[in-house]
Design a protein around this ligand. Structure first.
Ligand code: ATP
Ligand code: MG
Length: 564
């Protein structure tokens, strides 16, 4: 038997952690956290970070906290908190009783700032935002010291206290760390650590009118929670010296290690909350959970499984340089998972009536059909068969080209799970000339799917019984953007939205076994694709199915064609 390796593949972050375990850097502890800001829904990029942080905790028998990084009142709210909790749970991870809010640390953070002031390591600066930017310098030009840099400790304490009590207008003063205006790392040029913001906080209410900046709040929140490894994305690499500076200067008891990794970029979509908010607010999509959105809420509604997303995240791994992952890889992960898990049923999206002339009127047979050819454990259901059926319009052609093997006049095909039928004539709409009904004969000897005389057919097509099928709505979702990189190709990414990303078919026919399909349940419609019952708009009276993904990657063909 082949040896199976149960531990996930290693990467540079796990190597660092294992080194720390060997050297006993954190007394053998591994404590990570996932720190989203509740100012939007989580997207597949966040899932990479969730899987990484929680995955490491599980692997090394450590812990992972869920922390709302809610230190900026603008745009944060409880709806986002609730959605984050729901999504991380759905992905399959558990923070036990360790749900934290950075806003709960506001008083402690304030006291840390006071400590810095007392030690002469922070000062109240009264330059305007523009002046601060100007004084900061550039990559090639050193910064200039603020004229307020040498205020006395007493004056700084007094001003900072009055900033807190709301005496000053926004922008009048900020608190800055006193580090080095000539540092080659611009982040270290006296960064702002507190600013006045007279905004209500969704959780802290109107208790505060000064709010800490990310760099100050984040490292201290990590330290307060005794995090060992603070894993973040690459754009914070330059901020690491600042992360360490605050913790060193404040002589905190616990000093976590920040480690940066490359964020997930995915083709044919955008992964930035700001852009996703724009899509929602300008109604390009129906909401955060629109099945075309790369949000976990959207992907869940579309029919993605948490397992497929976790497999995808494991497959792409973590690296230290940025790259773009092909959307096809994500789509393939869900295909692979549903190929095993989704029961197979029959549904006709664009229906064409078929009348079997020699089948007795009023007769109904019930076929026992397996839910999965490779997994009989999934069971069987009965599928009714009768004289009038629906088949897929595209499975019939009046004037077929040479290599068309499906139904046409004089041709015989196999009905899935059943008889051979042969087309004998058609009925056309007198006005349009369109074929509206196909007449066939069936061979009663072929019930098993094979002919006793050994004759063969070239195609098997799916069908439903017209008298028994259910009329349902099907929403065909496709990629939200029609270009691989909507952000780089033009100034306004919304110009690259795919106008064909949603097609609604309102009169599809599905087999009656689907009548009791619960919201969110997933199926393979044979020969058509993977679908799920829409958890929002579907009801017992009017079923709605969302296409999760097609059976095969149709975009690969398109880009092949474009290359030619
Ligand atoms: P966005 O860029 O979408 O606005 P953000 O970084 O502002 O995201 P946060 O809520 O701060 O969003 O993110 C929470 C965590 O998720 C952070 O640790 C962040 O590094 C990580 N994260 C965000 N986007 C990605 C991504 N595309 N790939 C991997 N990790 C990500
Ligand atoms: Mg962020």
């Amino acid at each position: 038997m082949a040896q199976t390796n149960l531990s996930p593949p290693s990467d540079f972050i796990r190597e660092i952690i294992e080194e720390h375990l060997r050297t006993n850097r954190f007394q053998g502890r591994v404590a990570t956290r996932f720190p989203p800001e509740p100012n939007g829904y989580l997207h597949i990029g966040h899932a990479k970070s969730v899987c990484l942080n929680f995955g490491i905790a599980v692997q090394y028998k450590g812990t992972c906290n869920l922390r709302m990084d809610d230190t900026d009142p603008s745009g944060e709210n409880q709806e986002y908190v609730d959605s984050i909790i729901r999504d991380v749970k759905w992905l399959g991870f558990d923070w036990e009783d360790r749900l934290y809010y950075a806003s709960d640390y506001f008083e402690q953070l304030y006291q840390y700032a006071v400590q810095l002031i007392k030690e002469g390591k922070a000062y109240v600066c009264s330059l305007s935002a523009d002046e601060i930017r100007e004084y900061r310098g550039t990559l090639t030009k050193p910064g200039k010291e603020s004229p307020y840099r040498n205020r006395s400790v007493e004056e700084n304490l007094d001003l900072f206290q009055r900033m807190r009590t709301g005496e000053f207008e926004e922008g009048a003063h900020v608190l800055r760390a006193k580090i080095d205006m000539t540092s080659s790392n611009i982040t270290m040029r006296d960064p702002v650590i507190y600013r006045i913001k007279k905004e209500n906080h969704y959780r802290a209410g109107n208790k505060w009118c000064i709010y800490p900046m990310y760099d100050f709040a984040h490292c201290l929140s990590d330290s307060i929670e005794r995090i060992t490894h603070s894993i973040c994305t690459l754009e914070f690499e330059n901020n690491r010296p600042l992360y360490d500076w605050f913790l060193d200067e404040l002589k905190v008891e616990y000093h976590p290690q920040q480690i940066e990794f490359a964020r997930l970029n995915l083709s044919f979509t955008v992964l930035s909350k700001r852009r996703l908010i724009e899509l929602v607010e300008k109604r390009y999509v129906s909401g955060w959970d629109d099945p075309r959105m790369p949000t976990l809420a959207g992907m869940r509604r579309r029919g993605f499984t948490p397992e497929a997303i976790r497999n995808f995240c494991e497959r792409i791994g973590v690296a230290k340089n940025d790259s773009v992952i092909d959307m096809a890889l994500l789509e393939n992960s869900i295909r692979e998972d549903l190929n095993e898990k989704a029961p197979r049923v029959m549904a006709v999206l664009r229906s064409l009536r078929v009348v079997i002339d020699n089948y007795p009127k009023g007769q109904v047979e019930e076929f026992d059909c397996s839910y999965h050819p490779q997994n009989t454990g999934m069971g069987y259901r009965k599928v009714p068969f009768s004289r009038v059926l629906y088949i897929e319009k595209e499975d019939f052609l009046e004037n077929p080209p040479k290599k068309f093997y499906r139904l046409s006049i004089g041709r015989e095909v196999r009905l899935r799970y059943g008889y051979f039928i042969k087309c004998v004539s058609v009925v056309k709409d007198p006005n349009t000339g369109e074929v509206v009904e196909v007449h066939c004969t069936y061979d009663p000897e072929t019930r098993s799917g094979f002919a006793p005389d050994g004759r063969k057919v070239d195609a098997t097509i799916h069908w439903v019984s017209a008298a028994h099928s259910l009329l349902v709505e099907v929403r065909l979702y496709d990629r939200l953007f029609r270009v691989a990189n909507p952000l780089e190709e033009g100034s306004d990414f919304t110009e690259y939205l795919n106008s064909k990303s949603l097609e609604i078919l309102s009169s599809c026919q599905v087999e009656p076994s689907l009548a009791s399909a619960p919201p969110g349940s997933r199926f393979q419609f044979e020969r058509v694709g993977y679908f799920c019952v829409d958890p929002v708009d579907s009801s017992d009276k009017a079923l709605v199915f969302n296409r999760t993904v097609t059976l095969r990657d149709s975009w690969a063909k398109i880009s092949e064609k474009e290359k030619r």
